[in-house]
Design a protein around this ligand. Structure first.
Ligand code: PEP
Length: 242
């Protein structure tokens, strides 16, 4: 039994006022999925205070290091101090804009888990890789690197997000069939943990396409960027995940 999960990735958007208004407007009546909100770091305490019991707190990133001279970084234990339960690792924007390698992503995955956070590991292919028919090869490699660093038990207590890079922030969503094909492939790569690990889809999820994506057998929820900034739209996506 996998409880559906819908996670909001606010990216570098919002303000104190935005966060306050978002939670005053967020009405999750009728939603029975697990809901996670990942605000920018400075708003974690505010979100922790405003979100209430229905919403778990997530971070958009963390350091692979435990502590020390790493200016500007935030460790897993610091996140735990603020009540954070989930941490996104390997988002394609971190990989492409900040040069995070799959090895570094794997170390972040392990750092999160070692501290007791649940990593949300993002994997996904570029448009060119899809057009060249290399989607499963690319995703297989991204998963393999994490498996090598995290060990065979590493998938337990994790969430995977399949996020085709060409669908993120573009308004172009993978078809339910395209997404399902990759989700099934990912589940097959998780060994025994495959039955219980939640695999989210991310990439231009909106209220009007969420239901058809969630109807797929191996899609257990969504990682939502742009549409998670609108409380009403986000709540509709959460309701569709039931
Ligand atoms: C994301 O950034 O993880 C994402 C899925 O963004 P969007 O929903 O805007 O495509």
């Amino acid at each position: 039994m996998r409880i559906p999960l819908v996670a909001a990735n606010w990216k570098m958007n919002g303000s104190r006022e935005f966060a306050e208004q978002f939670f005053s407007a967020l009405n999750l009546d009728g939603a029975s999925c697990e809901v996670v909100v990942c605000p920018p770091f400075p708003y974690l305490p505010l979100v922790a205070e405003k979100a209430g019991e229905m919403v778990a707190l997530g971070a958009q990133n963390l350091s692979e290091e435990v502590s020390g001279a790493f200016t500007g970084e935030v460790s897993a234990s610091m996140l735990l101090d603020w009540g954070v339960r989930y941490a996104i690792v390997g988002h394609s924007e971190r990989r492409s804009l900040y040069g995070e390698s799959s090895e570094q992503v794997a170390r972040k995955f392990v750092a999160a888990q070692s501290a007791g956070l649940t990593p949300i590991l993002c994997v996904g292919e570029s448009r060119q890789e899809r057009e060249e028919g290399r989607t499963l090869e690319v995703i297989g490699r991204q998963l393999q690197t994490v498996a090598e660093v995290a060990g065979s038990d590493g998938w337990k207590c994790s969430v995977i997000a399949y996020e085709p890079v060409w669908a993120i922030g573009t308004g172009v969503t993978a078809t339910p069939e395209q997404a399902q094909e990759v989700h099934r492939f990912i589940r097959g790569r998780l060994g025994d943990a495959g039955a219980t690990v939640r695999i989210l889809y991310g990439g231009s999820v909106k209220a009007d396409n969420a239901e058809s994506l969630f109807a797929q057998a191996d899609i257990d929820g969504a990682l939502v960027g742009g549409a998670s900034l609108k409380a009403e739209e986000f709540a509709k996506i959460c309701r569709a995940a039931d």
